[in-house]
Design a binder for this molecule. Structure first.
Ligand code: 6CS
Ligand code: FE
Length: 274
């Protein structure tokens, strides 16, 4: 396990908060000019018709675009910034590579839900990643409020590991013409956590929706239970999420891997750009 000598980005309190609750919000962490560059890049990314672009159940509204770190120079550069990649290394304690990136649009008025789920079960079952030594790093490209479909967490739920989930087979309604791998990307979750389990954990730990200005960076654990409601507001909630994985924790289902833009096939460590 190689440790690259560098100055920590997250202080001890931030790391302790992440480990205890399963998430940490660094409000306003990225400079406004970087957020402006990312937002301009996102507009171009969302406009490109490609298999990477997933629509909502209405078949029209863009829901997500996967792997922009592979196709867009601005995203590629920002994902290597200390505030993102360096912070991921602080949390994982070793060199990291990008397992997945996506722009989640959550469009004004019509951005659909993300049902309650954990992320790691997708990377365990669909990519064969053996431990949850990954971290989600979400950059708010729009202000996140209580009105535009914020990510909602059950704090501390990551401490219970992979929760009992039922697997939904087949391709979700409205995606009949899409490839099989789309089943993990729609508003109808493939691996659903039982409601009684969610109720027990939410009763014990409550619910939290981290809110903050554009430029905020939300770090969250791959086993934290989370969801987001549809966006009924007139304001978008575009987020760039990059998933960093420990280099020592590679995907093992090399026999039948998901597309590289969904689950990286290589594990070349990220070189931070200062
Ligand atoms: O399949 C995946 O990798 C994606 N699906 C979900 C529901 N969360 C993790 C990840 O973004
Ligand atoms: Fe998720």
């Amino acid at each position: 396990m190689q440790i690259t000598q560098r100055t920590a980005v997250l202080n001890a309190d931030a790391v302790a908060t992440y480990r205890r609750t399963g998430f940490f919000l660094a409000a306003g962490l990225l400079p406004a000019d970087v957020v402006g560059e990312l937002s301009a890049a996102a507009a171009g990314i969302l406009a490109q018709d490609s298999p990477r672009r997933i629509t909502e159940r209405d078949g029209v509204t863009v829901r997500s675009v996967y792997g922009p770190h592979q196709t867009d120079p601005v995203v590629a550069r920002v994902c290597r910034r200390p505030e993102l990649a360096g912070a991921a290394m602080d949390l994982l304690g070793e060199d990291v590579y990008i397992h997945q990136s996506k722009v989640n649009v959550k469009a004004a008025f019509v951005g659909d839900q993300w049902e309650w789920h954990q992320d790691y079960i997708y990377w365990l079952k669909d990519d064969g990643i053996r431990t949850p030594d990954l971290v989600n790093v979400a950059v708010f490209l729009d202000e996140v409020t209580e009105f535009n479909g914020p990510l909602t967490f059950v704090p501390c739920s990551h401490n219970e590991g992979v929760l009992a989930a039922t697997e939904k087979h087949g391709v979700p309604v409205g995606y009949e013409d899409a490839p099989q791998w789309v089943s993990t990307l729609t508003a109808d979750e493939k691996y659903r956590v039982r409601h009684d389990v969610i109720a027990r954990l939410a009763t014990a730990h409550g619910l939290v929706s981290p809110k903050g200005p554009a430029g905020s960076v939300l770090f969250f654990h791959p086993n934290i239970l989370h969801a987001s409601s549809p966006n009924i507001s007139p304001f978008g909630r575009t987020t760039l999420i990059t998933v960093y994985n420990a280099v020592s924790n590679p995907p093992t289902n090399t026999g039948n891997p998901r597309p590289d833009f969904l689950a990286a096939h290589g594990t070349t460590p990220v070189r931070i750009i200062y």
